[in-house]
Design a protein around this ligand. Structure first.
Ligand SMILES: Cc1cc2nc3c(=O)[nH]c(=O)nc-3n(C[C@H](O)[C@H](O)[C@H](O)COP(=O)(O)OP(=O)(O)OC[C@H]3O[C@@H](n4cnc5c(N)ncnc54)[C@H](O)[C@@H]3O)c2cc1C
Length: 763
């Protein structure tokens, strides 16, 4: 505790005892008072008595600048915001009687949680850092969404013209403190005065010092519990707050260390700004944002000059105040540079953004999906997994949990639906790749967005090759998520890697086709909502080539003769979440002729079309699983200790971590490259890349999961961690949609062809 702000504790204790409801009166003389050391200009104290904790904020002693240190304003604004449900500590009591502790003060609730002093949040990993920053920016957007009138804060600020006042106030303060001529500062002041935004009359409640270290986060979750330090709050242009909060992204490299940590990579500036805009429902093309950033830098330069001026007259509090003289010029120069930037739209440049540029729409949807995952999916994981565990031995085992249905409705309402189908979603494969990865982090998430296999593949088939009637009857309800479907190609009696082996027959009899045969591994068939199957079989036409003898046909699941025989387990898992994988027998199953897709003998043509993007959608999603596994690995390695060291401190474990990261990055680059090639050249011409991705990604992901299992020890293979199920599921991707060996043969064939083309070109 510092001595400068000592006050009469007994007097305070007596006062609180008589005025503050719930404040323990007895035993007298036991109030503990500690002053917070971090930088607020209004001294702040932690009060504790009888197991209860409060926070007191007061004016400093002595003569003060007019309009500064107005604790009554702080109390008023906190009161209004608290009543409106905004996260602030509840203000409990205001005291204007200076006889109690020498100045006015107020007391508020003490909020328990995390405060991060370093803006780069070195205590947490990149994913959590992103989540914390996004939570912060959502809170800022919420603040700016309030109507002053309904908060009861009319007249709280000084009316329209905020920007103009700011420029002149900071100019005056700077001029009063300037010790040397800095041309950039003068130019910046002039530019600001001449380029005031046309909407300077816009007024919201603004915080004035909105930074991550003025926020108390939930102890374990990325949730804002309270925004602190309302001393500089007023009414004004909301983008001033946003620019102030995000200015560190542009911080000049030469002056790191003066209160600003390292510049963040995650989340990006664009991500923060577009989240803010989305929450406030304003355009992401922020006109005049250059003005607000330039103003922020002008203000920072002015503050630095002020600190230096106080140092010169021997009145500075910080030890490093003499260094502030050096930063004024670079800050002003950066402000001037920013003033000249024409646009600050929230176009994202992710790490791979230079190579693989997502469309604006793709970025917006990715961001919305990320938010949705954070807000709805992750919190539901426990309940949904519990449902499947508990239903395992009951009749309900194949039913979907009600919570999942609710999540689907929510996602649909937010427009996060059918994102896989470019003609419906307007997204490219490259856009979708990053979205699918995000959803792949949780095993049931793809279904919530109606983006799960095998329905996606079946919807693609019906969309591309179905007749109008077929689309109306089956595609529409699938797109609406009202029904689901399965795909029946693989057969128990033949090696199905070679689809020409397929024996199931589809024979024409008058106006019907009659289907006879056995299928297995029909994923999703257990779901009671699975109403239709797309079946591949042989239509009699022995004269045609091997690739023209098979057809695909639509079979409603309730057609007589279609029988679900048994579910097949995957490493012992019945995979209820994906509707199981069934053996199905077809005995004289009769459907109308109109159920054939595209025509007799065209099954292989459809299969090719079906599995272009479909194959790599699995890969995209499994990259999300790899990220989730690596996260688990790192957390565990940092928690547990053997032979005197944390697990990650054993070099072998550290190397595994590095190898996992390498695998993920390499696999992702290939996936994005393939997605881009499909976008640019179509499925057929991207066949080699699709095959390469299909081989590389599951291998890479399995390697990551295997490392994670190893680092988690016994827990890694148990039901306490998702790793065992993840491993089982991803392992099947080396078989499903064709085993690795078949894809490797395809790659080799194309490679030889490409090489021979090169050779011919040389000759
Ligand atoms: C979880 C899961 C879900 C599935 N979902 C579906 C579904 O919804 N619908 C559906 O129809 N099918 C589905 N399948 C089936 C899957 O597509 C087949 O298992 C796959 O095509 C391989 O066929 P097969 O099992 O008959 O193996 P086989 O054809 O008997 O092949 C066995 C092995 O032989 C080797 N081999 C094969 N060809 C070659 C070659 N050219 N060169 C060298 N080696 C070779 C490979 O090592 C291969 O793994 C699913 C499978 C699993 C495991």
């Amino acid at each position: 505790a510092s001595c400068t702000h000592r006050f009469d504790q007994d007097s305070l204790e007596r006062y609180l005892g008589s005025r503050l409801p719930g404040f323990p009166r007895q035993p007298a003389g036991t109030l503990a008072v500690r002053q917070y050391s971090s930088g607020q200009s209004n001294p702040t104290f932690y009060l504790q008595k009888g197991g209860q904790a409060f926070v007191l904020r007061k004016k400093p002693h002595g003569p003060l600048l007019p309009r500064a240190h107005k604790v009554d304003r702080e109390y008023r604004v906190q009161k209004a915001l608290f009543s409106a449900g905004f996260p602030v500590p509840e203000p409990l009591l205001y005291c204007s009687d200076v006889s109690i502790i020498g100045t006015e003060f107020y007391v508020m609730q003490h909020v328990q949680g995390r405060i991060f002093r370093d803006i780069s949040l070195p205590e947490v990993g990149p994913a959590e850092r992103s989540a914390l920053y996004l939570a912060m920016i959502e809170t800022l957007a919420l603040l700016h969404s309030f109507d002053l009138q309904s908060l009861g804060l009319q007249g709280y600020g000084r009316g329209p013209g905020y920007c103009k006042r700011q420029v002149s106030t900071w100019k005056k303060q700077y001029d009063a403190a300037a010790h040397t001529d800095i041309p950039a500062m003068n130019k910046l002041a002039e530019w600001l005065a001449n380029n005031l935004p046309p909407d300077d009359s816009e007024e919201s409640l603004i915080h004035g010092d909105f930074r991550i270290d003025n926020i108390i986060f939930h102890p374990t979750q990325a949730r804002v519990l309270a925004v602190l330090d309302w001393e500089l709050s007023t009414t004004g242009h909301p983008l001033a707050d946003l620019a102030y909060t995000t200015q560190f992204y542009f911080w000049p490299a030469s002056i790191k260390g003066l209160g600003q940590g390292s510049i963040l990579e995650t989340p990006s500036f664009e991500e923060l700004v577009s989240t803010y805009c989305r929450c406030r429902r304003i355009s992401t093309t922020l006109s005049n944002f250059n003005f607000f950033l330039a103003l922020s830098y002008f203000k920072m330069a002015g503050i630095a000059q002020g600190v230096y001026a106080r140092y010169l007259i021997g009145n500075a509090s910080a030890e490093n105040s003499h260094e502030f003289a050096k930063v004024v010029k670079p800050l002003a120069e950066r402000g001037l540079e920013l003033s000249k930037r024409s646009s600050f739209s929230s176009t994202q440049h992710s790490t791979s953004g230079e190579l693989f540029h997502q469309s604006r729409k793709g970025q917006e949807i990715l961001l919305k999906v990320k938010q949705f995952m954070k807000q709805h999916i992750y919190p539901a994981e426990k309940e949904i997994i519990k449902y499947y565990t508990e239903c395992r031995n009951s009749e309900d085992r194949w039913k979907k949990p009600p919570l999942l249905e609710r999540l689907k409705e929510l996602a649909k309402a937010e427009g996060l639906w059918n994102l896989f189908l470019p003609d419906v979603s307007g997204l490219s494969q490259l856009d979708y790749a990053q979205i699918a990865e995000e959803t792949g982090r949780c095993v049931f998430a793809p279904e919530v967005f109606n983006c799960h296999a095998p329905d996606t593949g079946n919807m693609e088939v019906l969309h591309m090759y179905g007749t109008e009637e077929q689309k109306k009857e089956w595609l529409e309800p699938l797109l609406e998520g009202k029904i689901s479907s399965c795909f029946c190609m693989t057969e128990p009696d033949v090696a199905s890697s070679d689809a020409t082996n397929m024996q199931c027959t589809i024979e024409r009899e008058g106006n019907s086709y009659v289907i006879n045969g056995k299928k297995w591994w029909s994923s999703g068939a257990g779901n009671p909502n699975c109403k239709v199957a797309i079946v591949m079989g042989k239509t009699k036409n022995s004269s045609a080539s091997r690739y023209k003898q098979h057809s695909m046909i639509i079979v409603p699941m309730d057609t007589p003769g279609l029988k679900l025989i048994r579910p097949l387990s995957v490493f012992g898992y019945m995979d209820e979440i994906h509707g199981g994988h069934f053996e199905i027998h077809f005995n004289d199953v009769r459907v109308p002729v109109s159920n054939i897709i595209l025509g007799e003998g065209r099954g292989f043509e459809i299969a090719q079309g079906r599995l272009g993007p479909g194959r790599i959608h699995h890969c995209m999603r499994s990259l999300g699983a790899a990220e989730a596994a690596l996260e688990i690995l790192c957390q565990r390695a940092a928690q547990r200790q053997t032979f005197g060291k944390k697990l990650y401190q054993h070099e072998v474990v550290a190397h595994w971590i590095a190898e996992c990261r390498l695998s993920i990055e390499q696999a992702r680059l290939l996936t994005l490259q393939t997605a881009r090639k499909i976008d640019m050249l179509g499925n057929r011409r991207a066949r080699k890349e699709v095959a390469m991705t299909k081989v590389v990604v599951p291998r890479a992901v399995l390697k990551v999961i295997d490392c994670a299992v190893q680092v988690c020890g016994g827990a890694g293979v148990s039901q306490d961690f998702p790793l065992a199920f993840m491993f089982a599921y991803i392992r099947t991707l080396r078989l499903a949609d064709g085993p690795d060996e078949v894809h490797l043969s395809t790659i080799a064939r194309w490679e030889l062809l490409d090489q021979s083309k090169k050779l011919t070109a040389k000759i």
